[in-house]
Design a protein around this ligand. Structure first.
Ligand code: ATP
Ligand code: MG
Ligand code: MG
Length: 350
């Protein structure tokens, strides 16, 4: 492998391109937006939509393997691309991850528990589903939701369900039972083309306004819970014949057991700490996997906290830069719109 194609040119694509460069790989990104975060570090860019057949054919011709930085690459386009060039992770992972209904069914099929759920395709469906969960639940769009967008929480039977279906856009929805969790964790894991699996330590995640705020290592969980997360990751990776890095989110219940929430077939925001606290980051791990190189050791050499810099958080940059043992990583975005991920910092705790 000499050249790696990356579909998507956001910050994840940028960090993948940086890791690829260090191992002497060239990168070509496919991204419609010209001035995107990855444009400044990739070797070349094809400016076109993610499902543009001609652009994908060109990407296939110019690259030895193609990967992606986001889970909403249209499955048909990815499958078509896979007939022309190796695509890792396999398009099946996209298919299982981009619709919450398919995703939860798949995860349950791996004998990993999730919240209970009902498909909701009408207001009547919503009312039936809510009644089944005693009036509590989280209503979500099945597709394209991120950072808590496209969600509505029902806390009790007193919360009016009226207009709930239309409020989320009259698109296919899912009602999940409300999980009273003690904390949230995620695991970043990788599978190489030789089938070997490497798991990073689970991170404990705190969200603010629906967006990941901090990931802390170690998570306050037992070794048994950590082992359960690793086991779940291994099952999912194996079931998909996966190659690359995956991020899987879990809720931790009071008794330490895990409920899987969602998975992302790509490098993950809650794995950014690995660049500071491990010798091999999730980005290099992903590049190693898709390029057919041996996976790196995922062991963590330090405790740490990763904090996202969202919107105006970036104004505190001078203070972060003055802290010891703190790795600052910026994404090259000029306009700090509210809710926009501008960068992140990882502070080693030692
Ligand atoms: P991401 O940006 O991580 O992709 P997302 O928009 O896909 O987020 P989820 O991860 O499904 O959304 O949900 C966002 C957050 O909402 C979760 O991290 C959790 O805090 C809360 N949440 C989601 N589903 C449930 C549930 N069934 N019960 C309780 N809380 C939930
Ligand atoms: Mg998500
Ligand atoms: Mg999530």
């Amino acid at each position: 492998v000499k050249t790696i194609g990356i579909i998507g040119g956001g910050q994840l694509g940028r960090m993948l391109a940086m890791a690829a460069a260090r191992l002497n790989f060239r990168t070509v990104i496919l991204e419609p937006q010209v001035d995107c975060p990855a444009a400044h570090v990739a070797n070349a860019q094809i400016v076109a939509a993610y499902d543009d057949a001609a652009a994908l054919a060109e990407l296939a011709k110019r690259c030895d393997v193609v990967t992606y930085e986001f889970e909403n690459v249209p499955v048909a386009a990815a499958e078509d691309l896979a007939l022309q060039v190796t695509v890792y992770p396999p398009p099946k992972a996209l298919e299982m991850a981009q619709d919450r209904l398919t995703e939860k069914s798949f995860i349950n099929g791996c004998s990993i528990p999730t919240a209970r759920f009902h498909a909701v395709d009408s207001q009547a469906d919503l009312e039936t589903a809510l009644a089944d969960f005693g009036g509590q639940g989280v209503l979500k769009t099945r597709r394209l939701g991120y950072d808590g967008k496209g969600q509505r929480v029902y806390r009790s039977a007193a919360d009016s369900a009226e207009g709930g279906y239309a409020a989320l856009g009259s698109v296919p929805l899912i009602l999940e039972s409300f999980v009273s969790f003690e904390r949230e964790i995620s695991i970043i894991a990788a599978r190489g083309s030789d089938g070997k699996v490497a798991c990073y330590d689970p991170a404990e995640n705190v969200h603010r306004n629906g967006i990941l705020h901090t990931s802390t290592l170690p998570a306050s969980i037992s070794e048994q819970t950590a082992a359960e997360a690793r086991k779940a990751a291994e099952k999912i990776l194996t079931a998909l014949g996966y190659v690359g890095v995956i991020g899987i989110e879990f809720f931790v219940l009071a008794d330490g057991s895990l409920i899987a929430n969602e998975m992302a077939p790509r490098v993950h925001n809650s794995g950014h700490w690995t660049e500071a606290a491990c010798v091999i980051s999730q980005f290099e791990q992903h590049i190693r996997a898709v390029a057919g190189l041996p996976l790196g050791n995922p062991d963590r050499h330090s405790d740490c906290v990763m904090t996202n810099l969202i919107g105006d958080d970036i104004l505190a940059l001078p203070e972060w830069l003055r802290l010891d043992d703190t790795l600052v990583h910026l994404y090259g975005k000029t306009e700090a719109r509210s809710g926009r991920k501008m960068g992140h910092v990882t502070q080693l705790l030692r």
